[in-house]
Design a protein around this ligand. Sequence first.
Ligand code: NAD
Ligand code: LMR
Length: 339
Amino acid sequence: MFAARRAFSGALQTRAFSASARDLSKVTVLGAAGGIGQPLSLLLKLNPRVTDLALYDIRMAPGVAADVSHINTKSKVTGYDPTPSGLAAALNGAEVVLIPAGVPRKPGMTRDDLFNTNASIVRDLAKAAAASAPDANILVISNPVNSTVPIVAEVFKKAGVYNPKRLFGVTTLDVVRASRFVSEIKGSDPADENIVVVGGHSGVTIVPLFSQSSHPDLVGNADLLKRVQFGGDEVVQAKDGAGSATLSMAMAGARFAESLLKAAQGEKGVIEPTFVDSPLYKDQGIEFFASQVELGPNGAEKILPVGKIDAAEQTLLDACLSDLKKNIAKGVAFVAENP
Ligand code: NAD
Ligand code: LMR
């Protein structure tokens, strides 16, 4: 009986292994030599689902690639020079493209203060992706996410290759933080704390829904709410001018990429929070919104509704929607004015 069970699980493992071995997944990181890019590249090199890792930056990507390539996992790692042909080669054939290129905050800045620098960086990388990897899943990390995601959408629309199911603003760090902060209060394992966070990725647009967790008593906890909404500021202040979250963000980005790859390879019920082209508030003129999204071979397969929330959370959501609308419009206007 035990032997039979062992044989059965062995057969399953063999099948799972050969299925994943068949899948070739090229993952590209644009901004791979940065504070996020380097640990993110490291984590992707450790992911057996990634077979080809392409690293691009305006500086030092070949160096990061040489370093990461010595790690003894099977994937091939290539660093690309900062030339148009290097960028095109990095993107060609990619299934997943992660974009952490751009400048981070310093103390006293909002994410929106990064717009002037990062909008054009993201627009140009999006143009290259639209040309060389039009079918890839594009994961935008560069801030302000609430505006950079619409920028990528506009560029892809102009190029005639926009697929709303394959564009994602990475908001995973917000739920990673929320689960960690809750576990610190409750003395629990963060892995058991599933805190839904909706809206966008900056200040009051980050809306945690504690009423939907196993701790509805946390809804009125102002300190916790502030930590979740302004967790990024904690890191910016602690780094004191040397940047913002990089290591926790690399973990969050790697988690999102892994979720996409496993959903693409057929795993069912893979749900992640992410800022996507969403029907949820389109009637209020809001084209993008972060909520729980079921991932699958086509990217964002199903956008889950916000569901039942507390009156206090509704007030937070109203404030979020008002800011979000302006952030999205700013990204759209940027591409119209600076094509
Ligand atoms: P960083 O300055 O350490 O690294 C950015 C990298 O981008 C650098 O290596 C730089 O050379 C590269 N770069 C700049 N222009 C480029 C271009 N045109 N093409 C390719 N690469 C280019 O910054 P960081 O700490 O890694 O942060 C990167 C971005 O991620 C920032 O905008 C930051 O605000 C954002 N961020 C987002 C989240 C999130 O939750 N979505 C979390 C943390 C940081
Ligand atoms: C974060 O949430 O840590 C990032 O968006 C970086 C920042 O500027 O706070």
